[in-house]
Structure formats: C-alpha cells, structure tokens
Write a protein that binds this ligand. Sequence first.
Ligand code: NAD
Length: 214
Amino acid sequence: MRAIPTAAVGRIVTYYRILTDLEESGVKRTSSDLLAEEAQVSAFQVRKDLSYFGRFGTRGAGYSVPTLRRELRGILGLTRPWNVAIMGMGRLGQALADYPNFGQHAFELKASFDSDPAKVGRHVGGVEVYAVDEIEERVAHSAIDIAFLTVPAQVAQEAAERLVSAGIRGILNFAPTVINVPSGVFVEPVDFVAGLKRLAYYLQGGPARERVGS
Ligand code: NAD
C-alpha cells in the first residue's frame, strides 16, 4: 500500500464525522462539493483523500451517505471496540475519565493508573485507579490497546515506556513534550496550549491560513 499522508488520515476522520451527522439527519446522498464545504477544504482535496483508499461514489451522482460512512468506518478501524486506559489521574486524567461519550465512538475506558498511592483504589468515571505496578496485569486482563498519557512532562517518557512494555500500541500524549517510542507504536500529540498560540498568531495579524488543497 502506498504511504498515506498523516494530514489525509486527519481529514478522513473529519469526513467520517460529517457523514455521521448527515446520516443522523436522514440525508441519503452527498457530494465532494458538500463534504468539502463542511470540512473547509476543496472538492479536489476530498476526492484525492478518498482516492488513497479506493474508488467511492459515482461520477456525477455523488456518494451514498450510509455506504461512504460505512467504508470510512472500516478504513479508520472503528468497526471494533478499542479499550483505553489513562496514565496519570490528576486534573486532566480525571476530567477525561468523567467524559461520558467514549462508548459512542468505539472507545471504552477500562482502567486508569497513577503513581500516587493516595489515588490508587479510587473510582473515577466508572473505572478504578490502579497502581503503576499493576499495568502489565490490567493491560493483559482488559486487552487495552490505547492510553491517554496525562502525567507531568518530566516523567512522560518513562511513563510511556512503561505503557509500551505492558503492550500498549497507541498513546494519546497530552504531556507537552515529545516522546520516543519503538516502531509499531503510535503517538498522537494533543496540545490545547499550542492551539492558543496559533490563535494568538492570527489575532496579532499573522497572514491568514489558506484553505487546504485550494
Ligand atoms: P496533575 O499534576 O494534576 O496530574 C498528574 C498526575 O500524574 C498526578 O495524579 C500524579 O500523581 C501522576 N503521576 C506523576 N508521575 C507519574 C508516573 N510516573 N506514572 C503515573 N502517574 C504519575 O497534572 P494535570 O494538570 O492533570 O496535567 C497532566 C499533564 O497534562 C501535564 O503534562 C500537563 O502539562 C498536560 N496538560 C496538557 C493539556 C493539553 O492540551 N494537551 C492540557 C492540560 C494539561
């Protein structure tokens, strides 16, 4: 399979969300123009992104919303449930554990971990906080695939290594630092402070962004 740009995968996630909204509103058909408008990219970009994964829709007739949504769901690996854990149950970890809608998106929170003995044994958002020493056992027991990394930046690398050695293959890294992982393990950084800095750049008069693909 040819390499697919990370940005294209990100846009496929956006098209999938738009198609889910359309399907929930009872819309049966859509077009690359409509998807492009909703995703704020060009129609050419939509067609190019989809072409990485195959041929969808009919020229001139657009796409069937349920069919394209089902195809993208398969491409994104959302046809199976993914079990999730949280590493670091401080302010952010606890807020994420309390988020009630993971299940709607094929993700199920199964466990959480913290190095602070005072937090171990508590229940937050319906899951128990386990000691870090229990990671291997809990990851194996609940077949956990993905972890949210919500520990202080200074310990993020070591905590990530602990997760990886327990068998975690996907890390959503909230700590403001780069973490290195072996091949076959994937890291997605999440940083709202970086988003604030981008906003500050535009607000102070930096040249506005161009539409992707236009
Ligand atoms: P916090 O201090 O409230 O919580 C950190 C938790 O990690 C604590 O419960 C602590 O006991 C635990 N911990 C420390 N070392 C550990 C280890 N080695 N193994 C397991 N658990 C350990 O911090 P917070 O405010 O919840 O922030 C957590 C992280 O998220 C920080 O790195 C912070 O910078 C980052 N953050 C990111 C965003 C974002 O947008 N990405 C937003 C807010 C905070």
